[in-house]
Design a protein around this ligand. Structure first.
Ligand code: EPZ
Length: 431
């Protein structure tokens, strides 16, 4: 298994180009199942999760063509590839266990398959390192649209013989994937669907705008109430994937934790307001430019409390990275995790760097110190992995982050991007 070796203590200086958002790209790809016409996505990141979704969609019958993006295409400054997905014929409505267990986002094929084929059989994703992560809210909402759901043998078997029918759905809890599944299902349902307490993450907006470009009728985008008037069929479209706000935040913290200065290109300040305002309170400078952000910090950062919340609150996907930064700030800070029940798996690993962190239930108290020291550590999930990389960049001496396959699911060419800013970082293949 690959590992990453870092010799820390170097202030990062340079430029990093942010790629397209993994968590926007995955539901956008699933939207191909709603139409027999081509859907072209530009600014696509190249990640293991994207390949997993491609494999899943291919076995449903999608054809996928990829090409490198010519400079000047996509969002200004963005790199990445374009991908054209065409699902002329759905050849299977089954999402098998072997693919779903690799990536929970596979459950996003449920809504579109059910809407177009009136049937879907999708393996239950099961728990994962950060929590139990049930999909009960997806299923209850689909039932409200008239689906019959039977969970047997580890599979969700959903049918809607006469097609789905619009209905009012009030989500008892904000769910990103649930909102995405329902948006896709309702786009082809008969009549009007109202989704209340819908997730407002920018990735939901990206999907809703894409569906509208495909001929759907969705209003209320960006708010907690989405109204969808179902249409008989959708057509093709060409849509840009938004910049990855979690990649943006991770590299912003890389600049701050090393007390360096990095220009982040191809991204937007407003995607990550909550994190940037906490960073500013901590003493980090963030200067937004037309298509870039300059992040810099000196010594003397101070502890700031945060609590994870659905968007526009502080994202749970930045919690582990924030903890690494707070471990190097002056004074104490508290992090409260409200989205996942088991998302402090990085704590014992961060303490190996000398970080002083105590967990009490859903909160962690961090007492910052100036010097972390490098250590061998083990990654437990995607964002935990990036927090260990960040701590390694700040720490004196050598760090070895083991089990980095999680990182490849969500960060494209991480060593290259950090290395270009002066980080002493290398991948050890089979390490
Ligand atoms: C998305 O997961 C993201 N994944 C996650 O990113 C992210 O952490 C999460 O949203 C929260 O922002 C993708 O977009 C592919 P949820 P999702 O449904 O949709 C509970 C990363 O690192 N819940 O909003 O699965 C659930 O257990 C990943 O890139 C139910 O109880 O998250 C959690 O506590 C990790 N029943 C909370 O709601 C349900 O039916 C929010 O989950 C659905 C969710």
């Amino acid at each position: 298994m690959d590992a990453i070796k870092i010799v820390g203590g170097v202030p990062l200086k340079g430029e990093i180009t942010i790629g397209g958002a993994k968590n926007a790209a995955l539901p956008l790809m699933a939207a191909t199942l709603l139409t027999d016409k081509p859907l072209t996505l530009i600014n696509m990141p190249e990640l293991v999760d994207i390949s997993t979704m491609s494999n899943l969609l291919r076995q449903h019958g999608a054809r996928i063509d990829q090409s490198a993006l010519a400079p000047g295409q996509g969002e200004a400054g963005a790199t990445g590839r374009s991908m054209t997905l065409t699902s002329e014929r759905i050849t299977s409505v089954v999402a098998p266990y072997d693919l779903v267990r690799r990536m929970r986002a596979s459950v996003l094929v449920l809504g579109p398959l059910l809407a177009r084929m009136h049937e879907a059989k999708v393996s239950l994703p099961g728990g994962c390192a950060i929590g139990t992560r049930p999909v009960d809210l997806h299923l209850k909402a689909l039932e409200a649209l008239g689906a019959k759901i039977d969970v047997k043998g580890g599979y969700i078997h959903a049918t809607a013989p006469g097609g789905l029918k619009g209905a009012k759905v009030v989500f008892p809890k904000v769910t990103v994937g649930g909102t995405e599944n329902l948006l896709m299902a309702a786009a082809l349902a008969a009549g009007e669907t109202i989704l209340e307490n819908a997730a407002r993450e920018p990735e939901i907006g990206n999907l809703a705008e894409c569906l509208n470009a495909m001929g759907a009728q969705i209003t209320g985008i960006g708010s907690g109430t989405l109204r969808i008037t179902g249409v008989k069929e959708l057509h093709g479209a060409r849509v840009a994937v938004i910049p990855d706000r979690i990649e943006t935040g991770t590299y912003a913290i890389a600049a701050a934790i090393t007390r360096g200065k990095v220009v982040l290109k191809g991204t937007r300040f407003e995607l990550l307001d909550s994190v940037f305002s906490a960073m500013r309170q901590a003493g980090v400078s963030i200067e937004p430019g037309p298509d870039s952000l300059t992040v810099s910090a000196d010594n003397g950062l101070k502890g700031v409390d945060v609590m994870t919340e659905p968007y526009p609150g502080f994202p749970t996907d930045m919690q582990a990275q924030w903890m690494a930064l707070m471990a190097t700030a002056d004074g104490a800070s508290m992090i409260t995790e409200t989205i996942f029940e088991n998302r402090f798996m990085h704590v014992p690993e961060l303490t190996r760097f000398g970080a002083d962190v105590n967990v009490h239930g859903a909160s962690a108290i961090i007492r910052g110190r100036r010097n972390l020291s490098g250590a061998p550590v083990m990654a437990t999930d995607l964002r935990a992995s990036s927090s260990l990389i960040l701590a390694g960049l700040a720490a004196e001496g050598e760090t070895l982050v083991n089990r980095i396959y999680h990182l490849d699911r969500g960060y494209e060419r991480l060593e290259e991007k950090l290395g270009a800013c002066g980080a002493r970082i290398e991948r050890i293949v089979g390490g």
